[in-house]
Write a protein that binds this ligand. Sequence first.
Ligand code: NDP
Length: 504
Amino acid sequence: MSNDHRPPHTTNDAGIPIASDEHSLTVGPDGPILLQDHYLIQKMAQFNRERVPERVVHAKGSGAFGYFEVTADVSQWTKAAFLNTVGKRTPVVARFSTVAGEQGSADTVRDPRGFAVKFYTEEGNYDLVGNNTPIFFVRDPPKFSDFIHSQKRMGDTGMRSNNAQWDFWSLAPESLHQVAFLMSDRGTPRTYRHMNGYGSHTFMWVNAGGERFWVKYHFKTEQGIENFTDSEAAEMAKQDPDFHRRDLRESIANGDFPVWRLEMQIMPFEEAAAYRFNPFDLTKVWPHSDYPGITIGRLVLDRNPANFFAEIEQASFEPANMVPGIGPSPDKMLLGRLFSYPDAHRYRIGTNYLQLPVNRPQSPVHSYSQDGSMRYEHHGAQPVYAPNSYHGPQAAPEYAAEPTWSADGEFVRSAYSLHAEDDDFGQAGTLFRKTLSATDREHLISNIVGHMSQGVERHIQERAVALWHKVDANLGAGIARGIGLSGEAAPSGHNGTSGKRAKK
Ligand code: NDP
């Protein structure tokens, strides 16, 4: 490279200098193009392959780098090394996203937002792959792809359908709590910086003495919660479809680094069995009065990606990445996601996605995996099988033992065992009556009315309103009035299901 300010010579991807940035190699100025113009062929072929399949969900996203800093001693609950010292900083990459829209869709549409964080710890990658809501629409993974299909484009028309969305939701009463969040103004956050992130699932923490705890993660925005109203969000979608991406990038570029406080809810292991709600049901929160948040750290994003595709589009988060001291729980959605995320990355990015710079751990890798498409790192002369007599890596059963719990019983296809206050409507009702302000309640009703008024068949509207009645009589009545249902739809309208979840 020369020391003056002239740009470097263009090369092809093999580093060979090329002769022209503008002209193909032809027989005479007007003649046919020659097959030996390897640079032209490489350029066209590479261009055709610039896109990887977009994510089926969470396709439109934005992200940044930063760090997580521990602010409280958590050694009584977990032995995770990256959390073991107050003041310790761990590098992170975070990605925020909408769920249903494609790559080019508008940032401000009504949707949950993904909130994924990869911690590059000294014990390997730890990925927390959550949302901006503490709950989810369904509690069992077979329903996930059906739910997503109902939210995305229809097979026949190629368009999204409010009818399909309400059809699914009104036949899946467990979704109402999350639908209430989605239809409230939290469904249209002002920016990615002005929303909370939640691990959503229940996870296990284990301390050095082997003591186990169930935990939930809450990243609370230090920028404050700010939302758009429905009409503000729609207007911004027209004005600037990349509004959230731009906001995040510009804030960081201007030195206005977004910060989230990490609060944990921590439940002693033994309390789960008799807790009033099933603590592993992803459609439920743990009320703060039972398990108050304990602040343990802060997440700071202070560096923009240098290349969006390489560092954000190819970033691959997987809930299965858990480090010693952290483990899964009986949350069935979490257990399903442990498989589905790495499977998506192998398909979308390729077998060796964990070797890309944004995904590769910043701690040593000593696995027995080998080969595969596009492998970059390798183990040289290390033995390729275990056990071996040649000093290959050896597992650490005590240090790395997976956190466990015990289970017994017949194989069944059924909902969770019931806890005293399990039902599909109670927590959504508490949200409506206790948590939302009068203005929030008005907006929730008008947002639902607006959404349900666009192409939703009458019998589906009626079924949905009957469910909203079970959440709260005033909420049901307000929606019924808004969509012009005569009287107030019968509260017992959903397939004979009562408010209490039937034990199957
Ligand atoms: P609390 O009054 O102790 O907590 C309610 C929580 O709701 C707040 O701490 C806040 O959590 C969140 N919140 C505040 N305003 C809104 C809003 N407009 N939309 C959505 N959430 C809001 O009561 P409980 O813990 O008993 O929870 C009551 C209800 O609040 C729950 O049924 C659930 O619907 C909702 N909620 C509960 C959360 C929890 O983890 N317990 C978390 C979020 C909502 P935050 O700072 O996390 O936004």
